[in-house]
Design a protein around this ligand. Structure first.
Ligand SMILES: Cc1cc2nc3c(=O)[nH]c(=O)nc-3n(C[C@H](O)[C@H](O)[C@H](O)COP(=O)(O)OP(=O)(O)OC[C@H]3O[C@@H](n4cnc5c(N)ncnc54)[C@H](O)[C@@H]3O)c2cc1C
Length: 396
């Protein structure tokens, strides 16, 4: 029989046929998120990025909540209870739109909600999770400080006991969603170990000024958290965890979403470069007809395909309860690094147009500079894997 009648067609953006590995439910989640992005976000996101402001961010959060995307892989308390793979596919689609929108969802679901869901009291869960799942309440996660990022164990923010209360003093830096948050999960050093605190942002002494002048993740709110004598009842402590294990468990969840998300930025840039290369005529030919352009397109697609396969494999492991933190490091390190390279290469194919916000590639590349650094820098994940391979910790 001829190839036409027996084989499926070749898809330029899925050359290995990875789609066949997805279930109908997974494809349905992906299609629904893709539709939401195409209708509600794509038409505006370049403008939001340019102005450094998302119009009606609360309305957007409610839309995302209505689709079950906030805390979507958590069970109960109004959360959608979807699989890790479905969550990953959603992150990919959101980041194909913009890393800032995926960051909004990741910080809400994987950092703030996960911290309360995994380590919180029943009272904390019932108070916050249902409203956070709908997007009515927005959360942030305060770990990084002006002087300590990769080394959060040295944090200076302090929580001290005063009678039955806790009093928090310190600063957090680079906190996504900070200025719009209704609740902040704040990690602070106590006389004993690091503890997590659920802080309503209207508590006296709490302030969250927005950080301006970013050249990356401009369609995302990034803030400083100021804690000046923030007095909280004992019930504000996350009761079930102490030490760095608390924040690291949450980061592991968010990094998992990122290793999928980065492939969305890569796909969007690859798609844009392919379409541009086919349309752009130089020397009487589409630039896609030149060998050097084809080399770039093929190399981009190889890395995209490998990254997507890795994400899917890690997603299946997470759904089977087998995913190790080192494997999350492997995925985050590889996929963000390669996605950034794909976006930079796509930028060259678009020539001067590549630097314009008329196309998404420079926006994605700029965003990925943040993604490469947050949730563990590329160097930190290298050291995590180096330690796992050799048994030698090279952090200090
Ligand atoms: C847009 C954005 C949003 C963010 N959102 C949040 C948030 O919501 N919540 C939050 O808590 N944080 C957030 N962060 C902070 C982020 O997690 C930190 O920036 C990150 O952990 C790195 O910390 P740092 O910037 O202090 O860099 P540093 O830790 O000072 O590192 C600087 C450089 O030194 C390298 N380095 C450090 N130590 C070593 C070592 N031992 N060996 C080799 N190299 C080393 C690093 O890899 C890096 O290249 C956000 C950051 C950005 C940019």
């Amino acid at each position: 029989m001829s190839r036409e009648t027996t084989l499926p067609p070749f898809h330029p953006l899925d050359p290995a046929g990875i789609d066949d590995l997805l279930s109908p439910d997974e494809k349905a989640v992906r299609a629904a998120v893709r539709r939401l992005c195409a209708e509600q976000i794509d038409p505006h996101v370049a403008d939001w990025f340019e102005r450094g402001q998302i119009d009606d961010i609360r309305g957007l959060a409610m839309e995302l909540g209505a689709m079950g995307l906030l805390g979507m892989h958590l069970d109960g308390y109004g959360c959608a209870g979807m699989s890790a793979t479905e969550y990953g596919l959603a992150c990919l689609e959101l980041e194909a739109t913009d890393s800032g929108i995926r960051s909004l969802v990741s910080v809400q679901g994987s950092l703030a909600m996960f911290a309360i869901w995994r380590w919180g009291s029943e009272e904390q869960k019932s108070e916050w999770l249902p409203r956070m799942a709908t997007g009515e309440a927005i959360g942030c996660f305060g770990l990084t400080e002006p002087d300590f990022g990769s080394d959060p164990g040295s944090m200076r923010t302090r929580a001290r006991k005063d009678g039955a209360d806790w009093v928090l003093d310190g600063r957090k830096m680079w906190i996504t969603n900070g200025s719009i948050a209704d609740v902040a999960v704040v990690w602070a050093q106590t006389d004993d170990k690091i503890r997590g605190f659920v802080v309503p942002t209207n508590t006296p002494g709490f302030a969250a000024p927005e950080i301006k002048h970013k050249q990356s993740l401009r369609a995302s709110v990034t803030s400083e958290l100021i804690l000046d004598g923030v007095r909280l009842p004992e019930s504000a402590v996350l009761p079930d965890v102490s030490g760095l294990k608390g924040p690291l468990s949450c980061l592991n969840e968010a990094r998992y979403g990122i290793l999928w998300g980065a492939m969305g930025a890569a796909r969007s840039s690859l798609e844009s470069a392919l379409s541009y290369a086919n349309d752009r005529i130089q020397f009487d030919k589409p630039i896609s007809a030149f060998q050097l352009t084809q080399q770039k397109l093929v190399d981009m697609n190889l890395e995209y395909t490998k990254g997507l396969l890795l994400a899917l494999h890690l997603g299946r492991r997470k759904d089977a309860g087998l995913l190790l933190p080192e494997q999350v490091s492997l995925g985050k390190l590889n996929n963000v690094r390669e996605a950034l390279e794909i976006c930079r290469t796509a930028r060259t194919i678009l020539g001067a147009n590549g630097i314009s916000l008329e196309y998404p590639v420079m926006r994605h590349a700029n965003n990925l500079e943040s993604v490469l650094t947050y949730e563990g820098t590329v160097e930190m994940h290298t050291l995590v894997l180096g330690q796992a391979m050799t048994g030698q910790a090279a952090f200090r």
